[in-house]
Design a protein. Structure first.
Length: 221
């Protein structure tokens, strides 16, 4: 996937999880942050960031903050909508006869339902932007919704679905994602239960630039 209408800026601060102040074209500008996670280790004062200008003239903010630069790692895409978009692009190359986004199963809306060769598949996608010591971690904040998704995948596996939990690594140089049990032990426990139940856990490595994100490798955990 590729972004249009991008500009460079410098991060100043983040008053709340929805907006940030940046320095753009010689003045302070408030922008929308396309990630409600904490991103404490990324959104630091004077950090270079990439913005995308919105086509919606009625919006209060003219720009979306989509990419952040991290020293010794490079550009990190923090757009929470990007993982589903790049995974859909990837799925369309995998010979499925049917790909249906936003599939309702149980009490959840899972990201993808697919069919191939008479078999039914479910996939839930999570984006990883937290890196510590060369390892990716998810989540960066407690996520009851994420736990529920893993529980639904475990149930679906028992019913005959082929289920996958996919972690999209939104940065280069990171090849593995682990559960961030220090932040949310319950998610880590649910991930282990899902793996035991037969849910396939994969990491999807990406090529990342200022304005692009592309899945380049799939690794089973």
């Amino acid at each position: 996937m590729k972004y249009d209408n991008i500009v460079k800026a410098k991060f100043l601060n983040r008053p709340n999880r929805f907006v940030a102040n940046v320095w753009l074209n010689g003045k302070q500008e408030m922008v929308h942050v396309k990630n409600t996670g904490r991103c404490h280790e990324l959104l630091l004062p004077d950090t270079p960031v990439i913005l995308q200008r919105s086509d919606n003239a009625s919006r209060k903010t003219k720009y979306d903050l989509i990419t952040v630069y991290k020293e010794n790692l490079g550009w990190i895409n923090i757009d929470s909508q990007a993982p589903n978009k790049v995974v859909k692009e990837w799925l369309m190359k995998q010979d499925y006869s049917l790909i249906r986004p936003e599939y309702t199963y149980g009490n959840s809306r899972l990201d993808f339902y697919m069919e191939k060769g008479g078999k039914k598949y479910l996939m839930e996608v999570k984006g990883c932007t937290l890196e510590i010591g060369g390892i990716g971690y998810f989540p960066d904040a407690p996520t009851k919704r994420g736990v529920r998704h893993l529980e639904e995948l475990s149930k679906a596996t028992a019913e005959g679905f082929l289920c996958t939990a996919a972690f999209v690594i939104q940065m280069e140089g990171v090849h593995e994602v682990r559960a961030n049990t220090a932040t949310h032990r319950e998610f880590g426990d649910a991930l282990e239960r899902a793996k035991t139940a037969g849910v396939k856990i994969i990491c999807m490595e990406c090529r990342v630039s200022e304005d692009t994100l592309e899945v380049v490798k799939e690794t089973i955990l």
